[in-house]
Structure formats: C-alpha cells, structure tokens
Design a protein around this ligand. Structure first.
Ligand SMILES: C[S@@+](CC[C@H](N)C(=O)[O-])C[C@H]1O[C@@H](n2cnc3c(N)ncnc32)[C@H](O)[C@@H]1O
Length: 246
C-alpha cells in the first residue's frame, strides 16, 4: 500500500471543465436514483476486487458519489472528481463524509506529482466520455501506486451508437420481467421504467458512443498489460495490479 503524501485535490481543474459538464447537469437526480436501483451487480463485483483496507483511493468521474461512498468503507482517504457541479452537489449532500472528498476537476488533469499516487484508481461508466482515451488511460496508469490497483469499468455495446428505441425496448423488457418474476415490488419496477425512459436520460444515452467488448480489451490491454476482464451486463470491468517496483 502506498504511503505517498498529499491529499490530491487543489483548485478545480481549469480550462477543460465544462465540455462534458452539461451532459449530466440535467439528469443528476435521475442518474442517482437509477444507480441505486440497478447498481447491485457492480457493487458485488467491487466487493471482490477492492482491497480489504487501503490508504488512498480516487474515483474518476465519481458522479453522485455512490461508489466513492463504498470505497470510503475500505480506504482511509477517498477523492472523488467530476466535472459536473450538479452531480457533485448530490455527492456532497448525500455521501460526503470524513473520508470522502469531492472536487470539481477534469479527470485528465490529475498528475502524480501534484495529486500523489493512489492504492486504488477507480472509474465507472465515465471513460467513454473522454475523447483522448488512449492518452487518458496512460495518465490513469501513472496514478496507480507501486503495488496498487486500477479498477476501470465502462459501458460497452456491439455498435458504438445505441438507438433510443433500443433503450426503450430494453426498459420495457426489464419491466415485464421485474413484474412477471416479482423481482422488485411493482412500484419500484414502474419507477425504474419511468427513470430509464426519462427524456433527459435517454437524450444523454443516445449521444454516448461505446467501445465493443473486444475493442475495450484491446485498447485498455495496450496500457494495462496482464489485466483481468469481467463482463457485467452492458459493461466491461478491468482489474490491473501495478508491479511493486513500479
Ligand atoms: C455515467 S456518469 C458515472 C458516474 C459514476 N461513476 C457512477 O458510476 O455512478 C459519468 C460521469 O463522468 C463525469 N465526467 C465525464 N467526463 C469527465 C471528465 N473528463 N472528468 C471528470 N468527470 C467527467 C460526468 O460528469 C458524469 O458525472
């Protein structure tokens, strides 16, 4: 585990903030509740790959802080960074605490010399938003402390752009199964359908561009040699351990 000094953070990143911010500003509350309703499988996966205990963790594109809160149960100090102020407002209100600190910064601006290195570098459902993915992955790798771990999760799809009608059909399919199999109370199943088809959320989803699972493994694997991959429904997860002599 690293004993590197520094709490990260510092002034909010300048210059690049704003380009992505708008896309989540309109749907922070919808996103937060959706995460509560469908985030179980990712948390189960994280339970298996996080260190039992650690010093420093960073959540890149922390959104409303759901994962940062989980990390705070295991790491002494958690830094959540995001470019969207409304997302961060929810994070601070609902999940701020002694161990989790949320700052408005572009994840591409974090540097080991300024922010230190981290025992855990985590990101979920965020990296498809960055244009310069390959360079960003290299920067992310540089943030991992010797003997530390990177856990990177992102959406994948067979085609880069998923049409609106697919998301609506999928929401209807899930609703049907939730009701028929009594997987959720009916009120919650309807809430999930309503949020999944919320215009702000659908507008956001249909502007996203995703890697295919194969492309994810290829692009991420180029930077994180020897990583382990796990499929998680519409996402792919990478877990990579930095050498101790890194
Ligand atoms: C789909 S949300 C995921 C939030 C959270 N990781 C989760 O899984 O619940 C993507 C988040 O990434 C943030 N984001 C996008 N580009 C970013 C960047 N370059 N730097 C920091 N945050 C970014 C967005 O503002 C948004 O909150």
């Amino acid at each position: 585990m690293s004993t590197l000094p520094g709490r990260g953070g510092g002034p909010a990143g300048r210059g690049r903030i704003g380009a992505e911010a708008g896309s989540f500003d309109a749907c922070a509350k919808v996103f937060d509740r959706l995460g509560e309703l469908i985030g179980g499988p990712l948390h189960t996966y994280l339970d298996g790959v996080l260190h039992e205990r650690g010093e420093r963790a960073v959540d890149l594109g922390c959104g409303t802080g759901r994962h940062a809160e989980l990390l705070a149960g295991r790491y002494r100090e958690v830094l959540g960074v995001d470019v969207s102020q409304p997302m961060l407002d929810v994070a601070v209100q609902r999940r701020g605490g002694a161990r989790a600190r949320f700052v408005r910064r572009d994840l591409r601006d974090l540097r080991p010399e300024r922010d230190g290195r981290f025992d855990l570098v985590f990101s979920a459902h965020t990296l498809h938003h960055v244009e310069d993915l390959d360079a960003t992955l290299e920067r992310i790798r540089d943030l991992v402390a010797p003997g530390g771990r990177a856990v990177l999760v992102d959406n994948v799809a067979a085609r880069p752009a998923v049409p609106r009608r697919w998301f609506v059909r999928e929401a209807a399919r899930v609703l049907g199964l939730d009701l028929a199999l009594r997987r959720r109370p009916p009120g919650e199943a309807l809430e999930l359908f309503r949020l999944s088809t919320h215009p702000a959320w659908l507008g956001h989803l249909t502007s996203d561009r995703f890697l295919s699972p194969e492309e994810f493994d290829r692009r991420y694997g180029r930077v994180f040699a020897g990583a382990r991959y796990t499929g998680l429904y519409r996402s792919r997860a990478l877990c990579w351990d930095a050498p101790t002599g890194w």
